[in-house]
Design a protein around this ligand. Structure first.
Ligand SMILES: Cc1cc2nc3c(=O)[nH]c(=O)nc-3n(C[C@H](O)[C@H](O)[C@H](O)COP(=O)(O)O)c2cc1C
Ligand code: SF4
Length: 490
């Protein structure tokens, strides 16, 4: 700066403009990350309800290592995907919920603007799908329309915390029993920042946010990395049972990004030991989005969705718990194919966060943490929210979800199936080099029912199973090299 001030300023301006130049001029259709132009266009077109057909054939490299496909049948069927539902809630729950197969993933009021929350909820009401509140509490924006809500409790218990930040059962009961709340989700971790708590700086605690979170205006608010209400897997199960009771029998489940594998197995052991069954587990992939996270956590902590999902599927099937516990999946879901992928590998339904942000008009400037979002989606600044017209965006939210499910119906019908829950790993192919196209059941291990109970030694999970205890999240013994065998066999 001192030696060449004009050049240095020019460099700064170029740095500022770089993301825009890249996105609009330099970037190819298939090269941008986390979502490339091709992927974003699919969402924009479906949200606007305009043509989403592709002329002249695919841009994808069919012989590249990332290429995947689902197979089709000679006896294809015509299905209406918008009607697909999955029931969430086992015998221990009094008010099971029939969820759509594509829902709005957790994004709190605070990370998103009030108008964005309203548009999402209105869209959810129009399309009959659910809207997860995120961990920032259930705000007046969530209640402005009547879209189904899943109320998420993070470690800060926003919306049901006492003065010391501990869980307040009275406050919880009041909100959980409201008609609009269909399910309750205990957030254990989030793919983009697993194991990391959060700090909301005092300056961002506006009166509106303070009301939603039941915290003091202008005062820094810290969410710890783990839940103060339990410190063992059995304690977690007891918390599930307590919340189900307080919510008058609504489905209660967990959201997590898979970390130490023995902890997941310890939770299964705790469920078997206590007899308490969570109603669902939402598996979030490390590739998932966030309002803000330290880079090391976004880049290098936690299992990606596919690996985590297969592990959760195996843990539940292998312990005989799968019948009672539904599985949701989130992590870069934006199209019917990305949904079919997850459903084939063990999920019952999918959630999307950033794809719904695109439907609200997000242009991926990646400034969500600066309060300067140019589209009004992720800012608390009223003048920046001016351009976000709730009714218009709600229509787009609705159309994106509806059109994606229509395509899912076509995809499942093309495979000759009647419902996405018939999709299996062998329907999904992954290219492994130019001369090998392999089905997922040959790439990953899929355990047989009760395998972990009957013959744990025959599974690649044996050491983790032996290390898992219902009474502690710690491993009971050193776990060995089977890690690599499980994450990718073959
Ligand atoms: C702006 C934003 C805010 C989020 N806030 C929360 C949150 O409050 N609680 C949570 O569990 N996940 C939160 N997430 C993560 C999403 O719910 C989801 O798990 C993740 O983004 C994966 O989905 P995606 O790839 O479809 O974005 C947030 C994500 C975004 C993009
Ligand atoms: S437009 Fe940019 S700042 Fe706004 S939500 Fe999208 S990525 Fe975040």
């Amino acid at each position: 700066m001192r030696n060449y001030p004009i050049l240095a300023h020019g460099r700064w301006i170029s740095e500022e403009l770089r993301p825009f130049l890249r996105q609009y001029i330099v970037e190819g259709n298939l090269t941008g990350r986390p979502f490339n132009r091709h992927q974003r266009s699919i969402v924009y077109e479906r949200a606007k309800n305009t043509v989403d057909s592709q002329p002249f054939g695919s841009d994808l490299d069919f012989y590249g290592d990332e290429y995947e496909l689902t197979t089709h049948s000679m006896a294809a069927k015509t299905l209406d995907g918008t009607k697909f539902r999955t029931r969430i809630g086992n015998g221990q729950c009094k008010q099971p919920y029939d969820a759509s197969l594509l829902n709005v993933s957790a994004m709190s009021f605070g990370s998103l603007s009030g108008k964005a929350i309203r548009a999402l909820n209105k869209g959810a009401e129009m399309g009959g799908f659910y809207h997860d509140t995120g961990e920032g509490g259930l705000s007046e924006h969530h209640r402005a329309y009547n879209g189904d809500l899943v109320w998420e409790l993070g470690t800060g218990y926003f919306g049901c915390r006492d003065r010391n930040g501990r869980f307040d059962p009275g406050l919880f009961r009041e909100t959980a029993q409201s008609d609009q709340v269909k399910m309750v989700e205990i957030k254990l971790s989030q793919g983009a920042k697993p194991g990391h708590g959060g700090v909301l700086p005092g300056a961002k605690v506006t009166p509106e946010i303070a009301r939603a979170r039941q915290i003091e205006v202008g005062k820094e608010c810290v969410s710890p990395g783990s839940h103060p209400e339990f410190d063992t897997p059995v304690g977690l199960m007891e918390f599930v049972a307590r919340l189900r009771d307080l919510s008058d029998g609504k489905p209660v489940g967990l959201k997590l990004c898979v970390g130490h594998p023995w902890e997941l197995l310890a939770v299964c052991k705790a469920s078997l030991e206590t007899g308490i069954r969570p109603d669902f587990i939402v598996v979030d992939g490390a590739e998932g989005g966030t309002g803000a996270a330290p880079e090391e956590f976004s880049d290098n902590v936690g299992l990606p969705l596919r690996d985590g999902l297969i592990m959760v599927r195996n843990a539940l099937v292998g312990t005989g718990l799968r019948e009672d516990i539904s599985i949701g999946a989130s992590g870069k879901v934006f199209s019917a194919f990305s949904m079919a992928n997850n459903l084939a590998l063990g999920a019952d339904w999918c959630n999307a966060a950033r794809a719904f942000m695109f439907s609200l008009g997000c242009v991926m400037t990646k400034r969500c943490h600066t309060d300067t979002c140019p589209t009004g989606v992720a800012t608390q600044n009223p003048s920046r929210q001016r351009g976000l017209v709730i009714d218009d965006k709600a229509e787009r939210v609705y159309h994106f979800q509806h059109n994606t499910l229509k395509r899912l119906g076509e995809l499942v019908g093309a495979a000759g199936l009647d419902h996405p829950n018939e999709l299996r790993p062998h329907h999904l192919y992954h290219r492994q080099g130019p001369n090998a196209l392999t089905t997922m059941d040959r790439i990953h291990h899929f355990l047989e029912p009760n395998a972990l109970i009957d013959e744990p030694e025959s599974t690649p999970y044996a050491e983790w199973w032996a290390a898992a205890s219902p009474d502690t999240f710690k491993a009971l013994r050193e776990t060995g090299p089977s890690h690599h065998r499980v994450i990718a066999r073959g």
